[in-house]
Design a protein around this ligand. Sequence first.
Ligand code: SAH
Length: 497
Amino acid sequence: MPNYESKNHRGFHNDRRQHGAGNRSQSTRNYRSKPRRRETPQVQVEIGQRFPLTIKRMGINGEGIGYYKRMAVFIPGALTGEEVVAEVTSVATRYLRAKVHRIRQTSPHRVDPRDSYADQVGGFELEHLDYPEQLKFKKDVVAQSLERYQPAGYKHYDLRPTLGMDDPYGYRNKAQFQVRRNAAGQVEAGLYAERSHDLVDLPTCSVQMPVTMHVMRAVVAMLQDLDMPIYDEEQGSGIVKTLVVRAAAHTDDVQLVFITNSTKLPHKHELLTRIAAELPEVTSVMQNINPGKTSLVWGDETQHLAGAEAITEKLDGLAFKLSARAFLQLNPYQMEILYAEAKKALDLQPGETVVDAYSGIGTIGLSLASVAEEVRGMDVIPEAVADANENAAANGITNAHYELGTAEDLLPKWVMAGFHPDAIVVDPPRTGLDGTLIETILAVRPPKLVYISCNPSTLAKDLVELAHDYRVDYIQSVDMMPQTARCEAVVKLSRRQ
Ligand code: SAH
């Protein structure tokens, strides 16, 4: 069974959809156009060297880009229009990486980040940029990706302004923090600094829903008081590895998960008693067991400790049960906007059938079930598929069914068995669509296709092939992750006649 999330990627915005069977059969794919290669400039540069640099634009990871003797310089934390003194941190054949030594001319759009550690851990790439400019940046990332892969007619695509939040803070429904005991013996919980295993303690975090941080810090204090054995990566000793707190935005449910190195949980009784007394907002306490040194955060076994086994989130009048490892969008407020956009783009008519590919716990498909004749969905995570089917039943939906398997295997099977969907909505992980799935879509030719993408690069690549048979009606970006460089987009495609 694939594990749900990997901690290899730093920062926390990344836990969207890294998992899954996303091995694309690239070799079978023929791109009409490849990114153009520039000649390698011959520049002698050394690490530590400093030079003035004007930032021309921002790259897809939110870093500033300038040119030193025609060589691209990527410089995190620098904004378009700024003049900085850059200090080289690494030298590659075709580009340089640098850090800001000093800002000589500051952008009028620069703001003070709310989180003091914003430049240390991943997930806060844009916290120093004002929000209207963040939204422009996200639309521009889509434009840059299209420019790079050049799908047919891309110059005429209707790129709509990014839909943002009124208050772009306090939105994250899940905090997943590593725990450790520092040299002074204090228990800390936070994220790893980029490209390292140094934990940065996060006493506060502006993008988290306040309840998630309140519970997190209270539990950290309990672990300290109870002198709980905290996992030590080097020694392989200790018990508590990670704390996960997930809150529902539209119910009062909050789940706390201890991810541990073994099935043991010392001081369990005292711990649970204190949680019940001091954190009445916590409605579910679980333990996930993930023994040994591994790059994955979650283990296969989950045990129930107290309260309910799952939490419930509400969306669009439907209730969704969430087990500990089930995927849910991290921004429950923008999730409603995103799904409303998907629904609008699909424009389902009574009698039409739809496939919800990469369905997770069925959020998209089930919200379409009242209009559709039939909904079929699939996902590779068994718990997610079980949740999706349970969610259908619990909401009295009888025309939606979810199966375990990959989109690339199941869609061709369904078609062979005579099911020809009128519409397909795909919501793949960051790796984008599998080559086989694209071939199947192009063979089945459903009149309506909606592509929800969390990675403009793979979206642009996939559009190269899809645009042969489909017209891109518009691309609507939605800001699911304010303060980060992440970009989500809903693409409406219609079959060419
Ligand atoms: N549509 C859902 C989930 C999107 S996340 C939502 O909006 O909440 C992407 C999902 O794709 C994950 O649940 C992941 O398990 C699943 N997945 C990854 N590779 C897959 C594949 N090859 N086929 C089907 N599902 C896959």
